[in-house]
Ligand binder design. Structure first.
Ligand code: GUN
Ligand code: FE
Length: 450
């Protein structure tokens, strides 16, 4: 029997909320149910209406927890899983000191395989069922990434990072090898199961004009693929990037000049853009990816959401691990709230949960499959416990509305708030717990005290 009924408080978005009391933006069933069959959602609604028509289904009672679509992360780096929390440097120094050292470890397939498994499990532990990640420059890291996703049934997007300058020798490809490897990986992975490929020139600093031309060719030859890069994250980065492309009007114009912008393009950060640049993103339907924990951690700056809104540009939200400090989209939205608050911009709890789910699915053009609980959609689902920690339970005693509960969950919650996570209808929590039993029990390397 493969019919499953998940019973609980079901919440899913149908539109972007326009205000904190915009009830037309979501469906909420206090005693709700999601009927799942063969990895797909068959029905969503009141438990009392669904239970009788699926009498043969196995029922999993998640009450009083919330049942929502699995979270989506639109930008992070799988080879940086062990480089989170690297101290004291802003972007360019951080890349050189920590990241370009860490990513070299992925020339070992054994290491890439190990980290890929832990990376996917960490996403799931945090309720993230789909994500868009950069792999390392090594082709095998992409195999490790998509294999680990496939073993878990996850819809994942990713690609081999391309970089042919301003990086250590061991991390550089060439315009030709970057092109050839990307072609081979697209042929191998794009459209296999739930895998989607992202053509990934790291950023203008690490790609020569020749590599940009090859990226342009890849994008032209593979319009079905995503494209991802970084844009306007840090002032020194902007100065360096624009100095390398002196004929470009500004940083955005570098990518525009190689016809890389478009509705499949995800641009990490976009902190210091001019109105002209934001308008170009709007015209090309490119997506600016807001990475709040990373922008604070690397001391980069504050993402000005309202300017993107007023100029009509698309945005999404992401962790950017390892510049980002948490795999949790709840923690990410908690920081997003603060980044906007300090600029006098408001992020309502409903808008926040919209962004993590349907908003990010729309940014990826995948709203038919993921990001909401809807008939025919994929059964990627998170079950959330807003009383997962003693302090949350205490705080929740005074909460009276759903908006308040969501805000508490976002502000105080983390992986402990994820009671269960389903990928294509399969419960994953016990699998993750078995895969990483008591990490504490493992021997730790000796720590230097000086
Ligand atoms: N810009 C180019 N590469 C990176 C990276 O790995 N992380 C972040 N945050 N910014 C980048
Ligand atoms: Fe990044």
């Amino acid at each position: 029997m493969n019919k499953l009924i998940l019973r609980g408080r079901v919440l899913t978005f149908v539109e972007e909320p326009t205000s904190i009391d915009d009830q037309s933006a979501y469906n909420y069933f206090e005693d709700g149910a999601v009927l799942v069959e063969d990895g797909k959602i068959v029905d969503v609604g009141e438990y009392a209406a669904i239970a009788p028509v699926a009498a043969d289904a196995k029922i999993v009672d998640h009450r009083p927890n919330l049942i929502m679509p699995g979270f989506i992360d639109t930008h992070l780096h799988f080879p940086q899983t062990q480089a989170i929390a690297s101290y004291g440097a802003q972007l360019l120094e951080w890349l050189n000191t920590y990241i370009f050292v860490e990513e070299q470890k992925f020339s070992s397939t054994a290491h890439a395989d190990f980290i890929a498994g832990r990376f996917m499990d960490e996403l799931l532990r945090n309720g993230t069922t789909s994500a868009v990640a950069y792999c390392s420059v090594h082709r095998e890291s992409v195999d490790a990434y998509f294999t680990a996703a496939e073993q878990r049934g996850m819809l994942m997007i990713g690609g081999k990072v391309m970089m042919d300058r301003n990086a250590p020798d061991a991390l550089r490809d060439t315009p030709q090898s970057g092109y050839d490897d990307t072609k081979a990986l697209i042929a191998k992975w794009h459209g296999r199961g739930r895998a989607h490929y992202a053509i990934s020139p790291r950023f203008a600093i690490t790609s020569t004009p020749r590599q940009m031309e090859m990226s342009q060719a890849l994008v032209r030859e593979h319009p079905e693929c995503y494209v991802q890069t970084h844009l306007s994250e840090n002032r020194d980065e902007i100065a360096f990037a624009t100095s390398l492309y002196p004929s470009a009007k500004d940083y955005t114009d570098i990518y525009a000049g190689y016809c890389l912008l478009g509705e499949k393009m995800l641009l990490g950060h976009c902190i210091f853009l001019s109105d002209r640049e934001i308008s170009v993103l709007a015209e090309t339907k490119s997506v600016a990816v807001f990475c709040p924990t990373s922008n604070l951690f690397l001391g980069s700056g504050l993402f000005d959401r309202d300017r993107f809104r007023s100029l009509g540009a698309r945005i999404s939200v992401a962790t950017d691990v390892g510049g980002g400090t948490s795999f949790s989209m709840l923690e990410t939205m908690s920081e997003a709230y603060k980044v906007l608050h300090v600029q006098g911009q408001r992020l309502s709890p409903f808008a926040s949960y919209y962004m993590m789910t349907l908003g990010n699915a729309r940014a990826l053009g995948l709203e038919d499959r993921i990001g909401s609980l809807r008939t025919g959609g994929d059964a990627d689902i998170v079950v959330l416990d807003s009383k997962a920690k003693p302090a949350m339970e205490l705080r929740m005693r005074t909460a009276t509305t759903l908006a308040e509960e969501l805000f508490i969950l976002q502000t105080m919650g983390d992986d402990r708030s994820v009671a269960e996570v389903y990928v294509a209808g399969k419960p994953m929590k016990s699998r993750i717990d078995t895969a990483t039993p008591q990490v504490k029990a493992r021997a730790l390397p000796e720590l230097q005290t000086a």
